[in-house]
Design a protein around this ligand. Sequence first.
Ligand SMILES: Cc1ncc(COP(=O)(O)O)c(C=O)c1O
Length: 416
Amino acid sequence: MAGTTTGFDPAAIRADFPNLHREVHGKPLVYLDSAATSFKPQVVIDTLADSYSQHTANVHRGVHALAEEATDRYEAARTAVADFVGADPRGVVFTKNATEAFNLIAQSYAKQQLGAGDILLYTEMEHHANLVPWQLVQPEAGFELAAVPVRADGTLDLDTFAEIVRTGRVKLLAVTAMSNVVGTINPVAEMGAAVKAANPEAVVVVDGAQSVPHLPTDMTELGADFLCFSGHKMCGPTGIGVLAGRLDVLDAMPPFLGGGEMILDVHLFGATYNEVPYRFEAGTPMIAEAAGLGAAVRYLTDAGMDAVRSHEIEIVEHAIPALHDIPGVTVHGPTDPKARGAAISFVVDGLHPHDIGTVLDREGIAVRAGHHCAKPLIRALGKAATTRASFYLYNTVEEIDPLCDAIRATQAFFEV
Ligand SMILES: Cc1ncc(COP(=O)(O)O)c(C=O)c1O
């Protein structure tokens, strides 16, 4: 594993992730499940420990030194996250995860701003987190739901998209920048521009849960009014996610959760609310986790997001042909490495994905099997489940061989 021309050195990167160096069932671990959650570099683990061992205090409240330190670390993390995605720090709301970010927009924006005659347009490719929150508020708000179909090659049917947009009634587009199942990178900026050209009042909600960890991201270039993502998929801790929003849109939104911190004043029978982002951060937030996420984005920035992307393209360039070479294996999603991320779903004739996952696990290879929380997409592919191998900056081209060998061994074991 030599360093690359970009200066990206997978061996040095791997040394930063203690979890990579353990064994599973007596075999060296090959971790191919980063689309579910990523490993954390030592600096993130140290930052979490340091938060609890040296800086324990609540934020925004105390007058003592530790409270100031905790607040500074929390707000520095907000700025680091904002810089990472090209957002204004005042528009960065810390949530529990991406899922909570979607629920916040559904409750505080869609339910308030969309009504009869409006269309909320999502796609058949979405994770449940970008489907169910909208479905929850739809009956009360009275807008229409519409979905862009997925084509057999794992890309969006943009002709149908254009037809729906032409009605001029799409008031909210909710679309993933990168599929967690088939890896497709969607033309989010173009889709958002088309929706806004047909209806200048429309807003664009981008699911960045898979794209922000893997692609250089700039909210303005994406044309996103809202961008939702999770810390735990991008080398950060669990328990923290992000809603990055356009300030003027967030400013006009009522709170989602009520309690301490989100108020300006409270009377016995009424309250006034704080400015954004605090209006949307009720109660004691995830203080250590925010600091950990700050450390994670600094780590990724140092590694270089362009280099991370190039590294993953190189892995996909090798992985897709290697999987295709195995008789009976079908890979879903785009085959062009530049049109996709490194989450690779496949099916094997005659084998259930859970059986594949179980046999691979015995070989120390961690993959995902199932519907990946994207049941409409899995149905559109005509499957009940797939096996998914997902790669990240700490994976190597060398890890593709053990994956393919283990798939062949599974075929031999089940005699297919
Ligand atoms: C594309 C996509 N969106 C949203 C989510 C939800 O993320 P979380 O469970 O961290 O809220 C995921 C998680 O797998 C995802 O892959």
